[in-house]
Design a protein. Structure first.
Length: 130
């Protein structure tokens, strides 16, 4: 098995890929609602969700895959409610724009690593090894 670490950052790696038996599995660590290259999160849940899902897609692309290769997401929402799920789900629909959706788990949390963060999204994608 071959393991590759992409974009190491402050004690963790944003993307880890494993290649085994002709399949590359791409593990994307939790992405938050802060644009790449910025320190300020989006103004509200809708903005942060769109940014977080966009970051997931960008990370998957760093590993040579596409949004359509994402097979699983886990979405963590601070102080979850049905309205917040609808808001984040709308952002996911907008960013992913997929016909076939990945398996997905949505989890309510009391907080994230920074109190300004309202959402965090992690993902797994799979592609044939190039």
């Amino acid at each position: 098995m071959k393991i590759d670490h992409i974009d190491k950052d402050r004690g963790f790696t944003h993307v880890v890929t494993t290649d085994i038996a002709g399949v590359r599995t791409i593990h994307v660590s939790g992405q938050v609602g802060v644009p790449l290259g910025s320190r300020e999160p989006g103004a509200d849940l809708a903005a942060q969700a769109e940014i977080a899902f966009d970051r997931v897609v960008k990370r998957v692309e760093q590993a040579g895959a596409k949004a359509t290769d994402i097979v699983k997401t886990t979405v963590f929402i601070k102080d979850i409610s049905p309205d917040k799920v609808r808001t984040a789900g709308g952002a996911m629909t907008k960013v992913f724009a997929l016909e076939n959706w990945p398996a997905s788990t949505w989890v309510g949390v009391t907080g994230l690593v920074d109190p300004r963060y309202l959402i965090e999204v992690e993902a797994t994608a799979q592609v044939a090894v190039p």
